[in-house]
Design a protein around this ligand. Structure first.
Ligand code: DQA
Length: 146
């Protein structure tokens, strides 16, 4: 059986819906999960959707994805701009990792312009809200076997 796509979410994304809706939109993380599950299922894939506020837990989940996922869609949130450890974990695993962001980080504060994850990910999709996740799923599937 095909392994699921793991969709991993970093800190503060549990607050989506009420957190800076002008920047991140009004969808809750649960609603994003439901849209991802439907989109993936329509394409013949299951997902495992997780969120953590803790860097180490995200590292453990990337290691878990190395064994149990066919691909990863990853929104590392603020750790994008700070974490060499997450960069190393993305480099260390076999499945393709697609970085996604709801907001257009390149058009925001200078400290959001650099991504440690982009240096290691297969590709990045930013600035499209929910569509970043759905296109991330498409990209993850397209990357399989490549
Ligand atoms: C984010 C962008 C990051 O800069 C920020 O720290 C987040 C969310 C996004 O999805 O737009 O928490 O990853």
């Amino acid at each position: 059986m095909t392994q699921p796509i793991h969709i991993l979410n970093g800190p503060n994304l549990n607050l989506l819906g009420t957190r800076e809706p002008d920047v991140y939109g009004t969808l809750s993380l649960k609603e994003i999960e439901q849209a991802c599950a439907k989109h993936a299922r329509d394409l013949g894939y299951e997902i495992l959707f997780r969120q953590s506020n803790h860097e180490g837990e995200l590292i453990d989940w990337l290691h878990d994805a190395n064994v149990n996922a066919c691909a990863v869609v990853f929104n590392p949130a603020a750790f994008t701009h700070t974490s060499v450890a997450l960069h190393d974990a993305v480099r260390a695993i076999e499945p393709p990792v697609i970085e996604v962001h709801l907001s257009q980080t390149a058009a925001r504060e200078a400290f959001r312009h650099h991504s440690y994850i982009a240096l290691a990910a297969r590709g990045s999709i930013t600035g499209l809200g929910l569509q970043s996740y759905l296109l991330g799923i498409n990209a993850a599937i397209t990357s399989l076997g490549n």
